[in-house]
Write a protein that binds this ligand. Structure first.
Ligand code: SAH
Ligand code: SF4
Ligand code: F3S
Length: 481
């Protein structure tokens, strides 16, 4: 850095407020003028592209990144040709990482043609020191790396990159507080995610999330309700409350509000018509929650209840804290108390030590529980988790073959579950319009999808649709006037 630049940087830093989020609004302002200067030098508007690789919580963080970058003055595009590309990474399975590495290489080629391009990597994968080391060595063109605990600092880190002229790395090994009131740019106008808690304390033996997202922290109910109100005022009709295990919401907050009570509070917000949530853990889903879902018209009749395995022995090795029988009894109770509910799940195939008998138990649960949908994953070994060191790692071909059989069972069961609605009417939220086909994709309260002809103006509205033909996991329908 030249002397004058260094003095400028020092002066900017010394004037920055210490408190958050004020500090970040200050750096957003500073970056606004840095960007304006660049734009006048280059002679055009600069663009940005935010790419999400992970789960809904990752997607939610991406809305904060889009919000901060828009506030700085970048125009959002959907192409990686943009002047700033941010990859919000995921590391839950190995293939998530592989995808990211391949695409960073591609970004490097684009940067050769546009030296002003900025490449930002953040998210769960960046919490892993090996990943950061590999990028530092092999992908030297990257500009900023940060993790999951300081996402609010994006503007400040960009400033440091601009004044320092080299790679900025800022990865924290744990979270400090929760920073509220950052800018956000909602991807859809009519539905939005709301984080109710961060991190996870469950340490399922296969899972990396607790290591990269840190310990459980709940937001205050007042902040959550205020966010829902703000979203509703801006046209949002459906909110999804997000947490790695929503059942433990409020365990560490002074007001001790339970998740069921929180659902109730959010449902009082005017303008919010539908509430979804993810994910409740089967080990501690309360009767209070079941009653709230059953009694509250705004809470969608859909429970995503990750099974992971149907074998009690495997569940124990996974550290899931429930048995096959307890899981099945819970599904039965949910279906009995919440008429019309859809239960969906996640399943892992090929966990270390899984035998053919264990796998048969999983298929048995799939058939007995009657899932409307199941997301199936091949077990992926994550370094640093207890399962990575377990004996009896299942060979790829054995796991692959079980995976196919599981898909068949899931397909059969979910088609049967979905079929029962054929010929009935349902309220659907219009979520996506395909102009070419003139088809709207809507979602039922129970999360089933339906495609039906109509015009684009209904996007974001809740309309009544007749479910004409069941196509397995979705419907073709017709709007009832
Ligand atoms: N907190 C949620 C979901 C976390 S990750 C829960 O407890 O269910 C989403 C899904 O990814 C998990 O439900 C699990 O099925 C899958 N998953 C997590 N770690 C995995 C691994 N190492 N290999 C394969 N699938 C995994
Ligand atoms: Fe991972 Fe288990 Fe936590 Fe879910 S509950 S994020 S699977 S450790
Ligand atoms: Fe992936 Fe992180 Fe979510 S590892 S699944 S993006 S919490």
């Amino acid at each position: 850095m030249e002397r004058s630049e260094e003095m400028y940087a020092e002066r900017v830093r010394s004037l920055a407020p210490a408190d958050e989020p004020e500090r970040q609004y200050y750096f957003i302002d500073v970056m606004k003028s840095v960007l304006a200067e660049k734009e006048s030098r280059i002679g055009r508007k600069l663009t940005m592209n935010v790419v999400t690789f992970g789960c809904q919580m990752n997607a939610k963080d991406s809305e904060t990144f889009s919000g901060i970058l828009s506030a700085i003055g970048y125009e959002e595009t959907d192409s990686e040709d943009a002047d700033l590309v941010l990859y919000n990474t995921c590391t839950v399975r190995e293939n998530a990482n592989t995808r990211v590495y391949g695409r960073i290489g591609y970004l490097g080629n684009l940067k050769k043609k546009n030296p002003d391009k900025r490449i930002i990597l953040c998210g769960c994968m960046m919490q892993e020191p090996q990943a950061v080391e590999k990028i530092r060595k092999s992908y030297r063109f990257v500009d900023v790396i940060f993790g999951t605990h300081n996402i609010y600092k994006l503007a400040e880190l960009l400033f440091e990159r601009e004044v320092g002229g080299e790679l900025v790395i800022d990865v924290w090994d744990k979270a400090t507080g929760i920073v509220e009131d950052l800018p956000r740019r909602n991807k859809y106008g009519f539905k939005a995610g709301i984080n109710i808690m961060y991190g996870c304390n469950n340490f399922c033996s296969y899972c990396i999330v607790p290591y990269v997202r840190g310990r459980e922290r709940s937001r205050s109910a007042a902040d959550i309700v205020a966010e829902a109100e703000h979203l509703a005022e801006n046209g949002v009709r459906e909110v999804m409350l997000l947490g790695q295990n929503v059942n433990s919401y409020g365990k560490n907050t002074p007001d001790g509000i339970t998740f069921a009570q929180l659902l109730h509070m959010v449902s009082k917000v005017d303008g919010i018509r539908r509430i979804r949530f993810m994910t409740p853990h089967p080990k501690d889903l309360s009767d209070e929650l079941i009653e709230e879902i059953a009694a509250n018209d705004k809470v969608c009749k859909h429970v995503h209840l990750p099974l992971q395995s149907g074998s009690t022995a495997v569940l124990k090795a996974m550290n899931r804290h429930y048995t096959k029988e307890q899981y099945l009894a819970l599904v039965e109770k949910i279906k009995e108390r919440i008429p019309g509910v859809a239960v969906t799940t996640d399943i892992i195939v090929g966990f270390p030590g899984e035998t053919e008998e264990d796998f048969a138990e999983t298929v048995d649960v799939v058939r007995k529980a009657g899932f409307m949908a199941a997301y199936t994953f091949l077990y992926s070994k994550r370094t640093g988790t207890p399962a990575a060191k377990m004996e009896g790692q299942v060979p790829d071909d054995v796991a692959g073959e079980r995976f196919k059989r599981l898909l068949d069972a899931v397909g059969e069961v979910s088609a049967r579950e979905a079929q029962v609605y054929e010929g009935s009417m349902a309220d659907v939220l219009c979520e996506e319009y395909k102009a070419k086909e003139g088809l709207m994709t809507g979602r039922l309260d129970n999360n089933l999808l339906v495609h039906f002809p109509c015009d684009e103006t209904l996007l974001g509205e809740i309309v009544r649709v007749e479910l004409k033909t069941c196509k397995g996991f979705y419907y073709l329908g017709e709007r009832c006037e």
